[in-house]
Design a protein around this ligand. Structure first.
Ligand code: ADP
Ligand code: ZN
Length: 631
């Protein structure tokens, strides 16, 4: 989760003084540089020049200011230049003017009110500025999503309340244990009397813990739906607001509303954003802490018998503050794990309820091909398949659509326009057949389901899909090792046939190394170290980064052992391919021609080849026992 710094979200608060100063400066600059040039039409002349023009009757209009300045324009001057001169004291200009045909006037001597003067020069600009500031502020607020900065202390929480979620436990496939644990809460909401009679207080909150997309929100909604109570939902990140104190106010507001609507369910998603351990960091996030404290206070404060149940979801349970987890708060912890094979099949069926499927669809096969997928992934696969069916102008979804959308989720869309040269295509074919052949020649490895060399948007130029026969919970050392052998098979084929290596194996190398490393550091599968945990896994629900927990010396030995394991696997793969070079050629040629082949086609060619080139008995042995012989 990103750590949001509240201060960053505050608009820069510039005082009016700042703007006032700014505008004053602009005015001053205008005064000095711009206005004089506008006034440039005024020319100063000597008094005698004025008198000469006057005598020559050239003057059109005369104007005498209160400062005893004489301003005049000339008759035959189209530019309208204003001449200016000072009035000679004692000169009776009116008399002189009366003798000519010039028009003349003088300024009325008014004493401007000092108050008005003050108002105009100092207050009026200020008022204008305030107005401008207000308008700009409004506009800014609008852009920031309409929250109104003026309602301090009162939250404007857009608390999302549904009176009926319409979801039931039937909408949640699998997750039987979680449902079982939540049934008690449903029963409590239905029938609080039964529990209060005996004097029991029910848990105020339950924490749903699991990887993203496993149906935590769905379960919470189902609880509300089953109990027919309103469902309040808010995400932890919504509490962390742009103004300090808003988060706490939102929590107060939420609980006030929930109390009014009790019995009800309050669902707080991503609670780790506010419920992180308060680690007393200097300059730590005050806002988050205040919000958390408010949440704790509210949870302690409300009447447990009233029927407000708080469900919260997180995928980082280890980062939660202990105070949240103590009895009376989120003392129930309900794991919501990734679905197993049966679970996946059930989720596929639930997701497909509203979708028209034709008779070719085999959910079990899709479930087997999607090990590690979450409920959300599976729902997405079904939808992608439906979209594909529409795109291809069909009215029903077929198995092919589902399989293609599984591949889209795994490897991205097909890149039909990608220009892959003939030579590269050939290398990719051998690489993929290398994987498939090595897999097929070993016992303890999942059967090949599909091989393709159509490039994908993920950057893969081809891949080999293996599907486990059934749900696996354990992996033996041999299986783990064979997996590494299969992963090195692609590169081994390139070496054997082209005597050169390419970058195409980078992903294989990564995976192989990870497995080898885990074997040594976490699964206790190395003879050297035995059953010692050399790595600890943090964040198990979000990728599970591992960090070494051993001395430098040991780390070195781990590296050596990992390298040795992968090297052995690579040797074994090379060996297998060398023994089956004929088949490698034939299969690669076939794949190159077809671009995509199924596991059945693959196996058929593999067997044919055997029958033609050697006697059947020998073929059998090779196929089943290669792995054992090599070890
Ligand atoms: P989470 O809150 O754990 O991240 P969600 O509850 O938001 O996951 O799940 C997202 C979507 O995935 C759901 O709307 C639903 O379509 C699908 N889904 C996930 N798990 C299941 C399940 N066990 N059964 C049926 N659908 C599921
Ligand atoms: Zn590969």
């Amino acid at each position: 989760m990103e750590k949001r710094d509240v201060n960053q979200n505050k608009p820069p608060r510039r005082s009016f003084l700042y703007y006032y100063g700014l505008i004053m400066l602009v005015l001053m600059l205008l005064n000095i540089f711009v206005f004089p040039s506008v006034m440039d039409k005024t020319v100063e002349v000597r008094y005698d020049e004025f008198l000469t023009s006057l005598d020559a009757e050239e003057i059109d209009e005369v104007y005498v200011t209160t400062n005893n300045e004489v301003m005049y324009t000339l008759k035959n001057d189209s530019k309208g230049v204003v001449h200016k001169t000072g009035l000679m004291p004692g000169d009776n200009i009116t008399e002189r003017l009366a003798g000519t045909d010039a028009r003349y006037s003088s300024e009325i001597q008014t004493q401007a009110s000092p108050l008005l003067d003050f108002l105009l020069t100092w207050i009026a600009p200020f008022v204008v500025l305030v107005l401008i500031g207000q308008i700009m502020g409004r506009a800014m607020m609008k852009r920031m999503g309409g929250s109104n900065a003026m309602t301090f202390g009162k939250s404007n929480a857009k608390i999302y309340a549904e009176s009926e979620t319409g979801k039931t436990f039937a909408d949640v496939a699998g997750q039987e244990e979680a449902k079982e644990a939540l049934k008690e809460i449903v029963d409590f909401l239905h029938n609080p009397q039964k529990y209060t009679d005996i004097g029991a207080t029910l848990p105020k909150g339950a924490l749903l813990v699991g990887p993203p997309g496993t149906g935590k929100t769905l379960l919470a909604k189902a609880v509300a739906g089953e109990a027919h109570v309103p469902f309040f939902s808010i995400s932890g990140s919504e509490f962390v607001e742009m103004f300090v104190g808003m988060g706490a106010a939102k929590v107060r507001d939420l609980f006030k509303q929930a109390n009014e609507k009790a019995p009800c369910i309050v669902f707080i998603d991503e609670i780790d954003t506010i419920g992180k351990k308060r680690d007393g960091n200097i300059g730590g996030n005050d806002e988050r802490e205040q919000t958390l404290n408010q949440l704790l206070t509210e949870m302690d404060g409300f009447d447990g018998k009233k029927g407000v149940v708080i469900l919260a979801a997180t995928n980082r349970p280890d980062s939660l503050d202990k105070a949240l987890l103590r009895p009376g708060r989120f003392d129930r912890r309900i794991p919501v794990e990734l679905p197993d094979m049966r679970g996946r099949e059930a989720i596929l069926k639930v997701s497909a309820r509203g979708v028209k499927m034709d008779e070719t669809v085999d959910y079990n096969e899709i479930a087997r091909a999607t090990s590690g997928a979450s409920g959300a992934d599976l729902a997405n696969i079904v939808n992608e398949a439906a979209l594909r069916a529409v795109r291809l102008g069909r009215r029903m979804v077929s198995q092919q659509d589902l399989e293609e959308s599984v591949e889209i989720v795994i490897a991205g869309y097909q890149r039909k326009d990608a220009e892959v040269s003939a030579n590269e295509k050939k290398i990719v074919s051998y690489h993929e057949i290398g994987h498939a052949l090595v897999a097929a020649m070993q016992s303890h490895s999942a059967p090949v389901h599909k091989i393709t060399i159509i490039p994908r948007t993920s950057g893969a130029l081809g891949y080999t899909m293996q599907i486990e026969e059934d749900q696996r919970f354990l992996m033996s050392r041999d299986e783990a090792f064979n997996k590494i052998v299969t992963l090195t098979g692609g590169r081994a084929a390139e070496e054997l046939i082209f005597h050169s290596i390419t970058t195409g194996a980078s992903n294989d190398i990564e995976q192989a190394t990870r497995i080898a490393r885990a074997m040594v550091t976490r699964f206790g599968m190395s003879e050297q170290f035995g059953m010692v945990a050399l790595e600890t896994v943090s964040n198990q629900y979000l990728g599970g980064d591992a960090s070494l927990a051993c001395s430098e010396h040991t780390a070195m030995r781990i590296d050596e052992e990992v390298i040795e394991t992968v090297r052995q696997a690579h040797d074994k793969a090379c060996q297998i391919l060398k023994e089956n070079e004929e088949k490698l050629h034939e299969l690669a040629a076939y794949l190159l021609e077809k671009e995509t082949i199924t596991g059945e086609e693959f196996m058929e060619i593999l067997k044919q080849e055997n029958c033609e080139n050697s006697d059947a008995d020998a073929a059998e042995t090779v196929e089943q026992d290669t792995a054992e012989h090599q070890e």
